[in-house]
Design a protein. Structure first.
Length: 256
C-alpha cells in the first residue's frame, strides 16, 4: 500500500493537487510523485513495471517512459537524461568512492536541465544575447539608481517575468536565487531600476541556458552535506540587514 510521505506534507500537497507517495517492502523502496495529472516513479525495474501495470489496470494512462541513455524524461519543465560510463572514466567525480555499477557493469550519471523551458520563456520575451553578462547580479546600486515607477502593462510584464524567474530559482537554477529574492522586494511597486536588474537575470539565463545538474545514480550510500554563510550588514545601502545563504548537497549534487 502506498503511503503519503508525512501527514503535514500530505495535507498541504493535497490542496495543491500534488503528492509524494512511497512503497516499502523489505529493503525495496518505490517512490512516486504526482502533480495534477503528471506522474513520475522511482524504483527498481521490476517494481516500477509492476507499479505501472497496476496503475493501467485501474486508470486510462499514457504509455510510460523509462529513463535510459536512449530515452529521456520530461516532467514539469524539467528534462532528465542519463549516460552510462565505465567506472574508471568518472572516478574523479566521486571522491567518496560510493559508485555503484548497474547490471551492465556501468556507472550511470543522471542530468537535470531546463533548457527547453528557459528557451521558450526567453523567446517569448524576445531576450537578446549579451556576452558581457557573467553574473546574474549587478551591483546593489542598479536596484536603486532609477526609482521611476513602472506603470500599466509594464507592471504586469514585470510581475509575470519575476514569477517565472522565481520558479527557475527554486528548481535547479540556484545561481539566480539571491538576485531574484532581492528584486522580489519590488514586486508590489516595481521601478525602472528593478526592471533593469530583472533583465540582467534574463540575459544571464540566455547565456547559461545549457546549464545542467548532474549526479551519480543510486550510489552505495547517500551523503548529505549542508553549507552556509552570512554577510554582516551586507544589504547596504538599501538597509543595514544581514544576509544568510544555505546550500545542501546530496552525493556532491546541489539539491537546495
Amino acid at each position: 500500500m502506498a503511503e503519503s510521505y508525512g501527514y503535514g506534507l500530505k495535507t498541504r500537497l493535497r490542496r495543491k493537487n500534488k503528492q509524494l507517495f512511497f512503497l516499502h517492502k523489505v529493503n525495496i523502496y518505490t517512490y512516486s510523485a504526482t502533480y495534477v495529472d503528471d506522474l513520475i516513479c522511482r524504483g527498481s525495474e521490476v517494481e516500477t513495471d509492476r507499479f505501472y501495470k497496476l496503475l493501467n489496470e485501474r486508470f486510462e494512462c499514457k504509455d510510460e517512459v523509462i529513463l535510459t541513455p536512449e530515452s529521456g524524461l520530461s516532467f514539469l519543465g524539467f528534462d532528465i537524461t542519463c549516460e552510462d560510463y565505465d567506472e574508471q572514466d568518472i572516478i574523479g567525480l566521486n571522491p567518496n568512492n560510493t559508485l555503484q555499477t548497474n547490471k551492465h557493469g556501468k556507472v550511470r550519471m543522471v542530468y537535470m536541465e531546463q533548457q527547453v523551458a528557459i528557451d521558450t520563456f526567453l523567446s517569448h520575451h524576445k531576450v537578446r544575447p549579451n556576452k558581457k553578462i557573467g553574473s546574474p547580479m549587478g551591483d546593489t546600486n542598479q536596484l536603486i539608481k532609477d526609482q521611476t515607477p513602472l506603470v500599466g502593462e509594464e507592471i504586469n510584464e514585470f510581475q509575470s517575468k519575476l514569477g517565472t524567474i522565481n520558479y527557475f530559482a527554486l528548481t535547479i537554477r540556484y545561481a539566480i536565487a539571491y538576485p531574484a529574492a532581492r528584486i522580489s522586494q519590488f514586486m508590489g511597486k516595481p521601478t525602472r531600476g528593478a526592471s533593469n536588474a530583472l533583465d540582467r537575470i534574463l540575459s544571464y539565463l540566455l547565456a547559461t541556458q545549457d546549464f545542467k545538474i548532474k549526479g551519480v545514480f543510486a550510489p552505495k550510500i547517500d551523503i548529505l552535506l549542508p553549507y552556509s554563510d552570512s554577510d554582516w550588514a551586507g544589504d547596504m545601502p538599501i538597509t543595514t540587514c544581514s544576509h544568510s545563504g544555505t546550500m545542501i548537497t546530496l552525493n556532491d549534487t546541489p539539491i537546495r
